[in-house]
Design a protein around this ligand. Structure first.
Ligand SMILES: O=C(O)c1[nH]c(=O)[nH]c(=O)c1I
Length: 309
């Protein structure tokens, strides 16, 4: 069995990659993902200026997952663009993802115009779902603002673009969100970002400092929500818009389920944070074993073929 895949016009030897925010802060971390079994990587979400992020502790692992309120710490757009352009020379056969978002609508347009005018030839992931910048709502929970933003973006942005979405929890919201996304030539949507503003308590205390302990939840806690979002949009979107599945992937079986629900690429966050880049080889081998046992040669043999009762 092969776990290769494609997103847009790009082929990837493996359908696994990191989730933005994990193992992607700087060249050192990104190089470790490049040198792992991952098919590609996505950068930490970049903003126009570098940001220190929220006070620590701002990330905490639990037995079942993780909670974070990083606050968008990143080295700034230029740092990641420079590295991505360097990789286009040293790894011309590979395609990478650039995650970004502005701290304002104006900044978002400034960033995307810089990408459009640059020599970057990979895929851009616009983060519409950061839950941890105090005072800033998750953009994709405001569908009117999201539609206006995408309308303006596609008037000038002609390179491959996808959006990182928060989880939705209401069937009507799936309907309304899909109706918006279907209006645009999106290469993909990525479901899901962390479940925003959860609260983990240990003994008598919160476990992270920012926002009195409130933070995005990842890991085993969120797989049912992640699979539901992947499948809800798979059922509703134009087939030209592919789906990246993120959330709750610990094993090859979890990845199999994301693909069964419709995902064409699977991102790994909390598990990668806990286990390191070796997780890609383990999970890839586990998925291949499942595919071999079931007689599936490629992921297209079962992608989206979730059975109903
Ligand atoms: O706090 C963060 O930096 C963060 N944390 C998340 O869990 N998702 C996001 O999109 C972001 I931008």
């Amino acid at each position: 069995a092969t776990t290769k895949t494609h997103i847009g016009n790009f082929e990837f030897e493996n359908c696994f990659m990191n989730a933005a925010g994990v193992y992607c802060y700087d060249r050192n971390e990104l190089e470790q993902v490049i040198n792992s079994q991952a098919g590609t990587f996505v950068t930490k979400t970049a903003t126009l200026q570098s940001r220190p992020g929220n006070p620590e502790p701002r990330y905490h692992d639990t037995a079942l997952g993780s909670i974070n309120s990083m606050g968008l710490p990143n080295l700034g757009f230029d740092y990641y663009l420079e590295y991505l352009l360097e990789l286009q020379k040293t790894h011309p056969d590979r395609t990478f993802f650039f995650s970004l978002v502005g701290m304002s609508t104006e900044d978002t347009h400034t960033l995307l115009k810089k990408v459009q005018e640059s020599d970057f030839n990979g895929i851009t992931e616009l983060n519409l779902s950061c839950p941890n910048v105090p005072g800033k709502p998750q953009i994709a929970y405001d569908l009117e603002t999201t539609e206006k933003l995408l309308t303006d973006i596609f008037s000038y942005f002609k390179k491959p673009l996808g959006v990182k979405l928060p989880p939705y929890f209401d069937i009507v919201h799936f309907d309304q969100a899909a109706a918006v996304f279907n209006k645009f030539p999106l290469t993909f949507i990525n479901c899901v970002n962390s479940i925003g503003n959860g609260l983990v308590v240990e003994d008598e205390s919160v476990v992270i400092k920012p926002k009195n302990g409130f933070g995005g939840i990842g890991g085993e806690y969120i797989k049912p929500t992640a699979l539901a979002n992947v499948h809800a949009f798979y059922q509703r979107l134009n087939p030209s818009i592919q789906i990246i599945g993120t959330g709750g992937v610990l094993t090859g079986q979890d990845a199999f389920e994301h693909i069964l629900c419709g995902a064409s690429m699977v991102q790994i966050g909390t598990t990668l944070h806990k286990e390191g880049p070796a997780a890609f080889e383990r999970i890839t081998n586990e998925l291949k074993a499942i595919m071999n046992k079931k007689g599936y040669k490629t992921i297209e043999d079962f992608r989206g073929k979730l059975k109903y009762l």
